[in-house]
Design a protein around this ligand. Sequence first.
Ligand code: FAD
Ligand code: DLZ
Ligand code: SF4
Length: 516
Amino acid sequence: GPILVPILGDQLTRELASLRGRSKDDTVVLMMEVWDEATYVRHHKQKIVLVFSAMRHFAAELRDAGWSVDYVRLDAEYNAGSLTGEVARAVEEYSPRAIHVVEPGEWRLREDFDRWADKFPCEVHILPDDRFVSTQAEFDDWAEGRKELRMEYFYREMRRKTGLLMNGNDPEGGEWNYDSENRKPPKEGLSAPERPKFEPDEITREVIALVEERFADHFGSLERFEWPVTREEAEEAADAFFAERIECFGPYQDAMVAGEDDLFHSMLSTSINLGLLDPLELCRRAEKAYRDGRAPLNSVEGFIRQIIGWREYVRRFYWHQMPQLQSANDLGASRSLPEFYWTGETDMACLADCIRSTRDNAHAHHIQRLMVLGNFALLAGIDPQEVQDWFLIVYADAYEWVELPNVAAMILYADGGKLASKPYAASGNYINKMSNYCSGCRYSVSKKTGPDACPFNPLYWHFMDRHRERLERNARIGRVYSTWDRMDAEKRREYLDSAEAFLANLSAAKKGWARA
Ligand code: FAD
Ligand code: DLZ
Ligand code: SF4
């Protein structure tokens, strides 16, 4: 029999390890739309459309290039509903002599794939996913014996390995990191050139209809679907970023403006994660923009760090820390996720805008995820599992390998500080400095306590107070407690009472949004 090559929904890369060097007349490519993957959490509608449409386009591209592709549609009568079930069907049908599959990005699937060798009467080769700059062995060696795993140091290794922005052994410009130049608040009226939007073609329209019908009760709007679904479209999106937005990418990376959903961000994560764009090539293009004098070093270094720093690092951290990471809850957080994360119905203007963008675009930018949505979940003490489900569901770029380290470790400090040196806790002041949200909010950011105070203010102190024992030892936080102790007892009581009153009024999300 032939070689069976299953390709997953986020493996849409022509140079995939399982395709490289294979002969077309000896290979059956298997692509599967399955109910299990579409519902293990109830993904945002746009995420399902994105993955299915990109899969269908990729299958057509492979066929045009002469590959035999068995493409299983979600509504095919025979569809077994799971990846393993569909591979079993294909094994029956083709009697392959071997299965060559690239390792999945998520732990739960790796466990399934590891059982294939016993299950099927053919050899099973699970190949490393080499669409990353680092290898797992490299990270595991680097991590060996370190108590804290800081991205910054791993990033420097990746700079050396790739030679990106290096002058011999030294970083370009003399510093590894220019983030101190990348914290500009938005000035009045800040807006960015519009990014290319991609009209749904016939294939996408068909998938939209399928999703409207089969996933009608999933979160999210399908009114605007504008994501690139092919490599060509993704390249066009990248071209526009390098031509028009990278210059300001750095300075305004942490800025937030109500109603400005993209600002100067690349909006390329969905395409990179699907496999439509090569992350290293994007970094080389960014470097070229700097070398050609089209973009400043702080923007280019910042962009490159997000990719060969953060993205690589969380990929490796995930596999290094699983499966414990999934159930980690170092701060013992147990409150249910508030209903407003699904409805956007809250008087907090910052959260309402971030949730609106999430619903409309299946996207929010990094600082919105970190300092608004994440910060609130941290301060309010929301159960990590519920926060994880939410972030995995609502973003079109979300796969557990990238979502979980960002949620459990970065925003919730649930891993006990392996990834972050301290919790990213902040009061309303930070949001006010970096956005224009507060001027349109019914709460007052300058009020510290009472019913009209910005809820982030008392929640911040409530958080610090309730985790004192755990956090006081941290040298980077210790000073917070001297400030707290200097307040008079009545002021402290007011903070704690205001926070308690706010928390008592939060209504929990109904069951069923996240998992059926
Ligand atoms: P840009 O700002 O243009 O950044 C360029 C690229 O860098 C991104 O496309 C992405 O590939 C990479 N990148 C940047 N930050 C990170 C990071 N922290 N981790 C990994 N890659 C990064 N990103 C995802 O791809 N999927 C997720 O599920 C996801 N969940 C997140 C959850 C939380 C709580 C937080 C704080 C961040 C999360 N991120 C996630 C990272 C980041 O928010 C998105 O990658 C980014 O907003 C995507 O938009 P962009 O392409 O315009 O990014
Ligand atoms: C996200 C997703 C969805 C919604 N559906 C499918 C699918 O039907 N078939 C498939 O092969 N992949 C899908 N994916 C992507 C997978 O969930 C992804 O490959 C794993 O989570 C590993 O990262
Ligand atoms: Fe958000 Fe507080 Fe500002 Fe309102 S006042 S927008 S809740 S930070």
